[in-house]
Design a protein around this ligand. Structure first.
Ligand SMILES: Nc1ncnc2c1ncn2[C@@H]1O[C@H](COP(=O)(O)OP(=O)(O)OP(=O)(O)O)[C@@H](O)[C@H]1O
Length: 251
C-alpha cells in the first residue's frame, strides 16, 4: 500500500462504538529484505495512554515498526495486535505522520477538506486546527508551496482532524527550526492530554525528554530497553541506550 493510499484509507469512515485500540501487543516480530533481518524477534507491549518515544540508531527499524503498526507492511513472522485487532483493521482509527509529509496537490484547506468530507468532521474543527498550527492565513495557498515546517504542521493538523485514538509520528520535527519544533510538540502534547495515544520516533534527545512518558529503545532488531522516562534518561539499563545518550556511535 502506498503512503498516499494509506492516507486515503485513513480518511474513510471508521465504525462507531468500537472497543479501545490499546493495549498493543507485539510478539516475535521479524522483517528482513534478503540479508540479516532488520527486525529480529521484536517484543513490545504498550498500555492505554501517554506518549511513547521510540529511539535507536539509524537503521534500527523505527520507521519500519511504525509502518507495521499502521498496517502499511506485513511482517515476515510474529504477531501484532491492537487489543485483539490486526493492524489493517486498526488503521482507520489511527493517523501516521511521516517525516516527509504526504500532501495532495491542492490548497492547504483542500488537504483538510478531503478528510472533513470523508469523515464528516465539523468544519469549525478544521478552522481551529489551521489556526492552532499557524496556517489559517495560508489556507488558499497550494500546499506544495509550503515550507518544510509549514507542510509538517499541515500534515499534523490533518492527522488530528479525526481525533485519532493513536497518533504515530515518524520524526515529524527532523528538519524544523526550534520554534516550529515547539509548536508541533505543544500540539502533540495537547492531543495526548485529550486521550490520543502517541507513538513518536525521534533522534532528538531533548525532545524525547520533553515529551516521553516512556521510551522504547530499538537496537539490533529488538527492543533493547523499554522504560519509564524517569528511569530511562538518568539510568538507562542497556549499554546501547547508555552509549546513544552519551553521543557514542551505536552499531
Ligand atoms: N523497503 C525496503 N527495502 C529494503 N530495505 C529496507 C526497506 N525499508 C527499510 N529498509 C532497511 O531497513 C532498515 C531499517 O529502516 P528504518 O527506516 O526502519 O530505520 P530507522 O530506524 O527509521 O532509521 P533512521 O533513524 O535512519 O530513520 C534500514 O537499513 C533500511 O535500509
Amino acid at each position: 500500500m502506498s503512503e498516499l493510499t494509506a492516507f486515503r484509507t485513513q480518511a474513510k469512515a471508521a465504525s462507531p462504538a468500537l472497543s479501545p485500540l490499546l493495549p498493543l501487543e507485539v510478539r516475535g516480530l521479524r522483517l528482513g529484505f534478503g540479508g540479516a533481518p532488520v527486525l529480529d524477534g521484536l517484543d513490545l507491549r504498550l498500555g492505554a495512554s501517554g506518549c511513547t518515544m521510540v529511539m535507536g540508531p539509524n537503521g534500527a527499524g523505527k520507521s519500519l515498526l511504525l509502518k507495521l503498526l499502521h498496517g502499511l507492511m506485513a511482517p515476515d513472522a510474529g504477531s501484532l495486535s491492537w487489543n485483539g485487532s490486526p493492524p489493517g483493521q486498526a488503521t482507520v482509527r489511527q493517523a501516521l505522520v511521516f517525516q516527509k509529509p504526504v500532501l495532495l496537490r491542492r490548497s492547504v484547506i483542500a488537504n483538510m477538506d478531503f478528510v472533513v468530507r470523508a469523515r464528516g468532521v465539523d468544519p469549525a474543527r478544521r478552522d481551529h486546527l489551521l489556526q492552532e498550527v499557524g496556517l489559517a492565513h495560508k489556507a488558499r495557498q497550494p500546499a506544495r508551496q509550503l515550507s518544510g515546517g509549514e507542510a509538517q504542521r499541515l500534515a499534523l493538523a490533518r492527522a488530528l482532524l479525526t481525533d485519532p485514538e493513536v497518533l504515530l509520528l515518524d520524526e515529524p520535527t527532523a528538519s524544523l527550526d526550534p520554534a516550529s519544533v515547539l509548536v508541533i510538540e505543544r500540539i502533540v502534547a495537547a492531543a495526548r492530554d485529550r486521550g490520543t495515544r502517541i507513538i513518536f520516533v525521534t533522534h532528538d534527545i531533548g525532545q524525547a525528554r520533553r515529551m516521553a512518558d516512556d521510551v522504547v529503545f530499538l537496537h539490533r532488531g529488538r527492543v533493547a530497553e523499554h522504560s519509564r522516562a524517569s528511569a530511562f534518561f538518568p539510568t538507562p539499563s542497556s549499554a546501547a541506550a547508555r552509549d546513544y545518550l552519551n553521543g557514542k556511535i551505536v552499531v
